[in-house]
Design a binder for this molecule. Structure first.
Ligand code: ZN
Ligand code: ZN
Length: 438
């Protein structure tokens, strides 16, 4: 596919656009880096090439195939077929002391509803079923370029990229594997007919998003809005009075708050970015206390109820000898949330320092925080699977407990907190000429 040929360059170093005959042609090839605000002029990418920002080394654009729309359609369609199969057949079976139970993916939310944990049920439906399905349909409709009204296409494209971090099918799958290990000591676990299709669905869904390029897709929906002057490559957008539309990645004058291409409101920097980030961070830090003190799960075995917290769950798995799984849960549920909160606090602290050191390191920390945050949902999905699967009355049953809701809130709030942080502030810090945040 991609042969790793990097072409991240500032155009005045190369004669990249000799064939561009007018300003608009050139604007189509100019990108504003969403991570560091550098204006970069790109050549027309050949198949297999990717464009990397020369300042922060973020990926700006990538070209996998001559026709960039066919492959995502194939992947998205295959993903939907696999999901339809996965939803139609039993997913997991369990046999504890001769008592047999099997679950379908679609019965998991119902089990959570029955335990009066409707919030967890809605989160499961949203993150594992609704958002992935809508995303795949959106890809197909957008890539087929169906003659739908323009506003509908724009709305779908906006939705597609907004939903990406909230597609958690693969995290649910890891949660299922962890549940297997948790249940091994109780009985016999088996996979149902739909297990393999669901694994394939997760893989195909990830591939679909991988092959969708935001710039190419929006370029097809509508051209980059006309600009009266050309952004100069090699300088920050904020210095020249240009802003990036965070939704469709169009370059716009900084005083144009509504993007004419996607109609999304935006500013040169996210307004009150640090305040929002810190407010959400403090809220999640407060919620993290009950999330750890209160039990997240209640296990009833032969009439005896055992309440387990996140930490006691890890200790139990460790004592049973499943060291890798204990490490996964410890990392996802304890280490990641804590390190994530510390990392975001550190980023906010560094932003207020008036120097220009460690920019790349700060950006790497931010990207790691953005990437790993959602994986903390593993424990919530483990509880969902166990609740649905281990449902054998007084003999043995598992139910969620209130700590799980606090924990899910922590994960969601830290994800939003990281999203509210504007990484471009890292690069804005020392430039005296830079206009400060709106
Ligand atoms: Zn950059
Ligand atoms: Zn836009």
């Amino acid at each position: 596919m991609c042969n790793d040929t990097h072409v991240g360059v500032v155009s005045n170093e190369f004669q990249l656009l000799a064939d561009a005959t007018n300003t608009q042609d050139r604007v189509e090839n100019i990108k504003l880096c969403p991570h560091c605000d550098l204006i970069v002029e790109l050549p027309k990418l050949k198949v297999g090439q990717r464009a990397i920002c020369p300042r922060c080394h973020s990926l700006l654009s990538i070209r996998y195939y001559d026709n960039p729309f066919i492959v995502p359609i194939v992947y998205a369609l295959s993903a939907l077929i696999m999901l339809a199969l996965a939803l139609s057949f039993p997913f997991i079976t369990i046999n504890i002391a001769g008592r047999f139970n099997q679950i379908f993916i679609s019965t998991i939310p119902k089990a959570l509803f029955n335990e009066n944990f409707a919030v967890l049920s809605w989160l499961f439906i949203g993150f594992v079923q609704f958002i992935p399905i809508v995303s795949m349909f959106s890809v197909i409709i957008l890539c087929l370029n169906l003659k739908l009204p323009g506003h509908l296409m724009r709305w779908l494209a906006r939705l597609l990229f907004a939903m990406k971090p909230w597609c958690m099918a693969e995290i649910f799958l890891v949660g299922v594997l962890v549940s297997f290990v948790k249940l091994m000591s109780y009985g016999e676990i088996g996979i149902g007919i739909s297990f393999i299709p669901y694994c394939l669905f997760c893989f195909l869904q990830i591939k679909t998003y991988q092959y969708i390029d935001i710039n190419t897709l929006w370029q097809r929906i509508d051209k980059q809005p006309k600009l009266v002057r050309l952004p100069q490559p090699g300088q920050s957008g904020i210095v020249q009075g240009f802003r990036l539309c965070h939704c469709c990645h169009a370059i716009l004058p900084d005083n144009q708050h509504i993007c004419p291409r996607c109609f999304v409101k935006g500013y040169i920097r996210k307004p009150n970015s640090l305040q929002w980030t810190l407010a959400l961070l403090i809220t999640s830090a407060i919620l993290y206390i009950p999330a750890n003190i209160l039990p997240i799960m209640l296990t009833t075995a032969l009439g005896k109820v055992i309440a387990s917290t996140i930490f006691s769950g890890v200790v139990l798995i460790w004592q049973e000898g499943s060291y890798p799984i204990a490490m996964i849960i410890f990392t996802a549920s304890i280490m990641i949330p804590v390190l994530k909160m510390l990392a975001i606090s550190w980023l906010c602290y560094e932003i207020n320092k008036n120097d220009n050191k460690n920019n790349e390191r700060l950006l790497i920390v931010y990207e790691i925080v953005e990437f790993v945050g959602r994986w903390s949902m593993i424990d919530v999905f483990v509880i969902a699977v166990l609740t649905a699967l281990v449902s054998m009355g007084q003999f043995m049953m598992v139910a969620p407990a209130s700590g799980a809701i606090f924990f899910a809130s922590v994960v969601i709030l830290t994800m939003i907190s990281a999203n509210m942080f504007d990484p471009r502030l890292i690069w804005d810090r020392h430039a005296q000429s830079v206009k400060k945040e709106v």
